[in-house]
Design a protein around this ligand. Sequence first.
Ligand SMILES: [Zn+2]
Ligand SMILES: [Zn+2]
Length: 145
Amino acid sequence: MPELQNCPNCDKLFVKALRPVCDACAREVEEKFETVYTFIRKRENRRASIEEVHEATEVEIDLIMQFVREGRLHLSQFPNLTYPCEKCGAKIREARLCVNCRDEINEGLQAGEKQKAFEDRKRDRERARYQTYSALGDKVRREKP
Ligand SMILES: [Zn+2]
Ligand SMILES: [Zn+2]
């Protein structure tokens, strides 16, 4: 039995296949891609930004960004098709975050792990110290006449 699902775009039921949206929506996306590609391929438009492409073609910025992200619009040919990093707004051409923000997040994760290890060690040390103190206390008490 083919698996049916609602198209996330138009809510119509469709057979879930390779595409995440229904045929009609997929076709629409393809048409929009063609519109964008036809526009940007022209020599005078190659340096257009996403906003300029959007204004000229009326294709949604999100969709143009998706084409860029999917690598369908090659940035070696269209150098200004960048979009803002979701964290700092830097111009990027892949993923959702710029390299700096991705590094920062990775470092943050690593720092988090380090912090946890540090706290574990600190707790162990405190426990050890406490045991030493109480041992010492016993000794002092014992040594008192
Ligand atoms: Zn649809
Ligand atoms: Zn960033």
